[in-house]
Design a protein. Structure first.
Length: 243
């Protein structure tokens, strides 16, 4: 190879390298969830979440997760995470947050799920907040993800599950049901009419048999008048005979 040919080859190689460097984008960041060997309906499963830092000026300070169908915030227990970070349930999932991490440091934490649902795949949409207020939204589904050709989409963390183990059942408690039939009685049922009558208070101004109190008083007054008149008549006749 002549000197001119070598020079041309070197120039072309350098140009190709420059083009490769110029067109290569930064490594794609991701938010992921892992649980080795997880199966549908498994109980007390530890899920490890990781979120890569994309900011060149701020640290990650919070992760908000939207739980998939079949898992409620009450089913999730915080196991471990960055120092000083705390777990808090929300209406649709939970948050893990605390002091901002060092710039460029990824966030990783572990939670335990009481029981995984009977599904083939679980999607955990995640909002990743930084100390400067910016947010990475790891919420795209596979069919929605828009990729620029360099892996720069924002897919939500996914966990593929194996088929449930033989005999595995859903143990999550169902809603409390009200009893539909009364409890059986151990004795003779009381007469309802008797209960109702005994429960009614005696009206004011009546006797025990329901008669108004004024009636006996009126009868007594009439008797007194009759007796008084008879006595006066007898006394008058007696005086007449004595005269």
């Amino acid at each position: 190879m002549t000197g001119k040919t070598r020079t041309t080859a070197v120039t072309l190689s350098a140009a190709a390298f420059a083009v490769a460097v110029a067109t290569a984008g930064p490594a794609a960041a991701h938010a992921e969830v892992e649980a080795e060997g997880a199966r549908a309906l498994d109980q007390n499963v530890a899920l490890t979440f990781s979120a890569e830092s994309e900011s060149a000026s701020a640290g990650i300070s919070k992760l908000e997760v939207v739980l998939p169908e079949g898992i409620t915030p009450q089913d999730v227990t915080y196991k471990k995470g960055p120092e000083g970070w705390k777990f808090a349930p929300t209406s649709r999932g939970y948050t893990v947050s605390g002091p901002k991490l060092a710039m460029g440091e990824d966030a990783e934490y572990v939670v335990t799920v009481r029981q995984l649902p009977d599904a083939k795949e679980l999607v955990f949409k995640t909002l990743q907040s930084y100390s400067d207020g910016t947010i990475d939204r790891w919420i795209q589904l596979e069919e929605e993800a828009e990729d620029d050709g360099h892996g720069h989409g924002h897919p939500a963390p996914r966990l593929k599950l194996k088929a449930a183990a033989p005999g595995a059942e859903l143990v999550s408690p169902g809603p409390t049901e009200e009893p539909t039939t009364p409890a059986p009685s151990t004795g003779t049922a009381p007469d309802k009419r008797a209960d109702e009558s005994s429960a009614e208070p005696v009206a004011k101004g009546t006797t025990d048999d329901g008669m108004p109190a004024a009636v006996p008083l009126g009868i007594g007054a009439v008797v007194l008048l009759v007796l008084g008149g008879a006595g006066a008549w007898w006394l008058k006749n007696r005086r007449s005979r004595s005269v």
